[in-house]
Design a protein around this ligand. Structure first.
Ligand code: PEP
Ligand code: MG
Length: 325
């Protein structure tokens, strides 16, 4: 980052009218963690654990995972660390793990669906995360949740893992916080019910946009239809955050849109608690945020909600951005 931006690494991320926003990093390696810490990150809002499984020829053992999770937790020293459980399938493959040939891998055997099927694999990871929780401010997050049952099944396995560790006399936080990614339209529609089951939500805009618009996020042919500012997406976001607020739980955003300057007024208007983004976006986002007023964003958002086209939404956001710059 430029020298000018480096200077705000330690500045509080608060708007002109006092709205504090937790600006956290998405990481998938220890190297990214260093960049994030250098940018004064609030914590890690999304630790993608896939790399632990992808860089090798067999499943990582509990001990190997534990070592990595613990070193990240310790490096963060008390700052929150949200570890997402395995999210393979779809676009992410493992050479040594036989995934079925599927017509629609994004709609197929992946993420929490694999974990609830291969419970040994899942419990190994849960045990490793639980053990690391004794060394920092660790939270667990499940990806691709579509139902209350999935959360309950995952939590039942988590409780099993805790019981095992307790009987083995191994240190862990038995009250570890558990959250879910909201990245499927089904999860949005039952967000009020899901909020009663968990400690926090994190909105995965990458998949949420893909599934809301039925636009494959990897397909170049239709990339022009992948529209973050579609009115349907705005409504999805509002429904989710409203449900989290009513349920009294923490709500963050961890898709690409969290680090997009254009979207910042949306997050302020909705009053989300946390934005988690790739490390290089942290300082530009903070630089903008500390010049803004939540109240103005709220007024703008009322207008955004009445827009009937993505172009209209983007035009309003563009004009609003020009006023701040
Ligand atoms: C998302 O879907 O928005 C997300 C953050 O997860 P991933 O990009 O790893 O699917
Ligand atoms: Mg996702």
């Amino acid at each position: 980052a430029s020298l000018r931006l480096k200077g705000i690494a330690s500045v509080r991320s608060v708007t002109q009218d006092g709205k504090e926003m937790e600006l956290s990093a998405n990481i998938s390696s220890l190297k990214e963690l260093d960049i994030a810490l250098g940018s004064g990150t609030y914590g890690v809002g999304l630790f993608r654990t896939e790399f632990l499984y992808m860089d090798r020829h067999r499943l990582p053992k509990e001990e190997e995972q534990f070592e990595v999770y613990r070193s990240v937790a310790e490096k963060l020293g008390g700052k929150p660390l949200i570890i997402r459980t395995l999210d393979i399938g779809g676009d992410k493959h493992l050479d040594y793990f036989e995934l079925p040939e599927e017509e629609n891998p994004f709609l197929g055997y992946r993420a929490i669906r694999i974990c609830l099927d291969k419970t040994d694999l899942f419990k190994t990871q849960l045990r490793a995360i639980l053990r690391a929780s004794a060394f920092g401010n660790v939270k667990i997050m499940y990806p691709l949740i579509s139902s209350v049952e999935e959360v309950q099944s995952a939590n039942a396995l988590l409780e099993e893992a805790k019981r095992e560790l307790a009987s083995e006399g191994i240190a862990h936080r038995s009250d570890i916080e558990v959250g879910i990614m909201i990245e499927l339209p089904a999860a949005v529609m039952i967000a009020d019910m899901l909020a009663a089951e968990v400690d926090f939500f994190s909105i995965g805009t990458n998949d949420l946009i893909q599934f809301t618009l039925a636009v494959d996020r990897m397909n170049d042919k239709i990339s022009h239809l992948y529209e973050p500012f579609h009115p349907a997406v705005l409504r999805m976001l509002k429904t989710t955050v409203d449900a989290a607020k009513r349920g009294g739980i923490h709500v963050g955003v961890c898709g690409e849109l969290a680090g997009d300057l254009r979207a910042l007024p949306i997050w302020l208007a909705l009053d989300v608690d946390e934005l988690s983004m790739s490390a290089h976006a942290l300082l530009p986002i903070k630089e903008r945020l500390i010049c803004m007023k939540q109240q103005n964003s709220r007024r703008l958002f009322e207008e955004l909600l009445s827009c009937r086209t993505s172009d209209a939404v983007k035009a309003l956001l563009h004009d609003f951005g020009k006023l701040i710059e």
